[in-house]
Design a protein around this ligand. Structure first.
Ligand code: DON
Length: 304
């Protein structure tokens, strides 16, 4: 497969969408990003690395961070994790409060904000230095030891996080958070603020694409079966109330973030990361989704 030419063609064919959508501005620091950025990087399981555009520029990974946090929590808790968080698609926005109240503080899945806060609580109770352990794990996954949190983005989010604070408090009310609410929010926002580029994200996600290799990074181990299950959750829950649309258009397990990034995998073939900050109304990158739709259409490489 000539991925280099395919990515060049995709880059050209997504141009008509270059002004569609809006940068996330509910986190003031994120509103400062240049909306015209576009980068994509594809890693094959035999070590190929193909890229185009602004693939070397780091951006705020936001909710893509929830995949790494889930990997850690699943490695620590195993199946017991699912007594505190579900594994069903939510069909609601990532920051919806309504469902959480109706379902008595058990979040639908680990990729909506409520679920990620429960996961953050598990990491806090499992490690003395959870923020450092998380960073160590993602650094090992992507093979780069200089990726960092952006404290300014984390602080900026906390200052305006009225809805996320309400979610955390509701979880605490239902006794699904053990730690202090403020500590949970701090770790959650910090992990969301992690900055990576498309190469680093594609490399990190390759571990979820390559079932043949043992998953063991910085002391976090997953079985082959657990990786399969993580991919299932990415497939069904990775795009909130647009999970069906992403499945239909792209057909890959993946995860989006309001920084404009999307990372996805094709089992035993490749991982791919794309970045374009303009988002649709569901909080997913417009050009990112279009690019991945093109990729699986041109290559016929998807899980379907
Ligand atoms: O909690 C938030 O609202 C952000 N830190 C993350 C949201 C996000 O990335 C949703 N993904 N599309």
């Amino acid at each position: 497969m000539d991925y280099k030419t395919i990515l060049e063609n995709i880059h050209a064919s997504v141009q008509p969408y270059s002004c569609v959508g809006k940068v996330a501005d509910y986190i003031p620091e994120l509103a400062k990003v240049n909306p015209d950025k576009f980068g994509i990087c594809l890693n094959t399981i035999d070590d190929g690395d193909y890229s185009i555009g602004d693939s070397g520029e780091r951006f705020s990974i936001q909710s893509i961070s929830k995949v790494f946090a889930l990997a850690m929590a699943l490695s620590i808790k195993g199946e017991a994790l699912w007594s505190r968080v579900g594994k069903e698609p939510s069909g609601t926005a990532f920051n919806s409060l309504v469902q959480l109240e109706v379902e008595h503080g058990i979040p639908r899945n680990p990729f909506i904000n409520a679920g990620a806060m429960v996961v953050a609580d598990i990491l806090l109770t499992s490690f003395d230095n959870s923020a450092e352990r998380y960073l160590e794990f993602v650094r090992a996954l992507c093979g780069k030891d200089d990726i960092c949190y952006n404290e300014q983005v984390a602080r900026s989010e906390r200052e305006t996080a009225y809805l996320n604070a309400a979610i955390a408090n509701l979880l605490k009310y239902h006794k699904n958070i053990d730690c202090d609410v403020e500590e949970v929010l701090r770790l959650y926002f910090l992990t969301c603020s992690l900055e990576m580029n498309c190469h680093e994200l594609a490399r990190a996600f390759l571990a979820f694409a390559n079932h043949a290799e043992p998953f063991s990074y910085a002391g976090i181990e997953l079985t082959r079966s657990q990786i399969k299950r993580m991919n299932a959750i990415m497939q069904t829950c990775g795009f909130y109330d647009e999970a069906g649309e992403f499945s239909y258009l792209v057909g890959l397990p993946g995860k989006s973030g309001v920084g404009g990034g999307i990372a996805a995998i094709c089992p035993m073939r490749y991982s791919v990361a794309v970045w374009s900050p303009r988002l649709n109304s569901k909080g997913n990158s417009v050009m990112g989704m279009k690019a991945l739709e093109e990729l699986t259409t041109i290559t016929s490489e998807s899980i379907f």
